[in-house]
Design a protein around this ligand. Sequence first.
Ligand SMILES: NC(=O)C1=CN([C@@H]2O[C@H](COP(=O)(O)OP(=O)(O)OC[C@H]3O[C@@H](n4cnc5c(N)ncnc54)[C@H](OP(=O)(O)O)[C@@H]3O)[C@@H](O)[C@H]2O)C=CC1
Ligand SMILES: CC(C)(CO)C(=O)C(=O)O
Length: 330
Amino acid sequence: MRIAVIGAGAVGGTIAALLDRGGHDVEVTARGDNLEAIRANGLALSGAWGDHVARVEANERLTRAPQLAVVATKALDAASALRDNAEWLRGIPVVVVQNGLHAVTTARRVLRHSDIVGGLALFAASYLSPAVVAVTTDGSTCLGNERNGLEVRYAADVLGAVMPVTTTLNFAGAQWSKLIVNQINALPAITGLSAQDTIADRSLRRVLTRSMREAVRVGIASDIRFAKLQGLSNGALRLFGALPLWIGQVLPLVMKWRMGSTPNPGSTLQSIRRGQKTEIDYLNGAIADAALAAGTSAPVNAALVALVHEVEGTGVFLTPEQVVARIPAG
Ligand SMILES: NC(=O)C1=CN([C@@H]2O[C@H](COP(=O)(O)OP(=O)(O)OC[C@H]3O[C@@H](n4cnc5c(N)ncnc54)[C@H](OP(=O)(O)O)[C@@H]3O)[C@@H](O)[C@H]2O)C=CC1
Ligand SMILES: CC(C)(CO)C(=O)C(=O)O
């Protein structure tokens, strides 16, 4: 099948390589050094799902009509990447694999005549250098949209043949559950530590637990029913939001255990390391926005957004002590 992957970074590069290994005719879009390296050497995948070099067609924009498209840019690049390729995406199912709350709505706004499927990657991948990606933690990709139509089934059948895929009837709730997990992204981006080392640090783990609890409480204030995802559930998250902080710290420890021992920088620190703007406004920033809309506040999440933007600007990581001093007291 002809499949397009727009944004061949950590997640898109992994999915493109798996589709190529599964015998599909894959065209990827990429930019700069990444595009040159994919054209010259192919896309090299390693890690939890084995090694494969995918000799895929690579261009800055699509050059032909696919039968299915996967969009895997960061949230801040999604609208422009979709606009650039809109002529080829008309009338086909488009899967947007993206953290945050806006993947489906943004894609629908740009592509009015395509069937949009949301995707949440529950695996972890690193974009190590141009055209080189590695899966650091195994995991499925959860697909859905609010109507759970035929396009979800179609995308799940095609992608599910080459990688682990699940579907959900509560995609909005799944986005929120994933957003709680993505509270882990900010602290590595601020300190330069891996997600596992962040959680291992007692003072950072406390900050993470506070931001996760705050995010859960904002979700509850926004009338969200959290979906089952990565061992989390609506009941478990609501309980986590209510438990004393010291007990709540068990949840980040479980997340650390699930991530395994291969250091996971998280996708936000990877952007910082490449000197790029991060999607933090769509992660902790989405919590701060939702808090405002629900008539409450999210001071820990707002402070984390500000610190990530500071590191984006200075390129200088903060020590755990500096981070703790900059987070409002609980
Ligand atoms: N990495 C991970 O482990 C996980 C990531 N996610 C989520 O998946 C999404 C993708 O993340 P990730 O793969 O890490 O991000 P990456 O930054 O590694 O990859 C995105 C790629 O898209 C490219 N891109 C952006 N705009 C365009 C465009 N207009 N045309 C062509 N290429 C473009 C970028 O190019 P350039 O480098 O030139 O900007 C980059 O190579 C994010 O929402 C992230 O939060 C979810 C779970 C796990
Ligand atoms: C959960 C996590 C941290 C996995 O890498 C992620 O979603 C990300 O990196 O954006």
